[in-house]
Write a protein that binds this ligand. Structure first.
Ligand code: HEM
Length: 155
């Protein structure tokens, strides 16, 4: 009696398929990409300015001396966004006053940082809650110091 019976041929085909499934080349496992490392830097108002979202650069803004990477909120802060005035700038006074007017921004980028000493209680509370929101939502990538500060980056 021949071993090439239909049932044997079916079993042999199934076996061949199983062997093929086991041995076929597998797609290489894609390892998750690590996010780019965050380097904590020191900025002055002038060096912060370039991070205003133009030319596909990240968008940074400062709140009470902390520099936040707000690139995920580019719709808000990027060019043409409602809060674009804050991009690359110290946004503390504007956030405290609930105003994104240009007059809220420190005019003299080479002068001292805005000490915010004139803010009233309500404005300080506004600022505090914005700061908390930013800390929850965005990464702190550096600190803001005045031009001429011993910690200021050498140009
Ligand atoms: C006409 C009045 C305003 C309207 C209708 C408005 C509307 C909004 C809306 C819809 C959001 C998004 C909320 C979310 O999805 O989390 C938002 C966020 C925000 N608004 Fe306004 N806003 C107004 C005025 C202002 C003013 C005067 C300021 C000035 C400080 C301001 C600063 C912000 C900031 C900083 C955010 C957070 C964006 C972020 O999450 O990064 N808004 N606003």
């Amino acid at each position: 009696m021949s071993i090439a019976t239909p049932i044997n041929l079916i079993l042999l085909s199934l076996f061949a398929i199983l062997v093929y499934m086991q041995l076929r080349p597998k797609a290489p496992v894609a390892l998750p990409q690590a996010p780019p490392p965050v380097v904590f830097r020191t900025f002055t108002p002038t060096t912060l300015l370039e991070y205003n979202g133009e030319g596909n650069k990240p968008v940074y803004l400062a709140v009470r001396g902390q520099v936040f990477d707000v690139t995920p909120g580019k719709n808000f802060y990027g060019p043409g966004g409602p809060y674009e005035n804050f991009a690359g700038r110290d946004a503390s006074r504007g956030l405290a006053h609930q105003s994104f007017d240009a007059e809220m921004l420190t005019k003299d980028l080479k002068g001292p940082l805005d000490d915010l000493k004139d803010l009233n209680e309500e404005q300080l509370e506004n600022l505090q809650s914005w700061e908390e929101r930013f800390l929850e939502k965005y990464l702190v990538v550096g600190k803001l110091v005045a031009e001429g500060d011993p910690e200021a980056p050498k140009s």
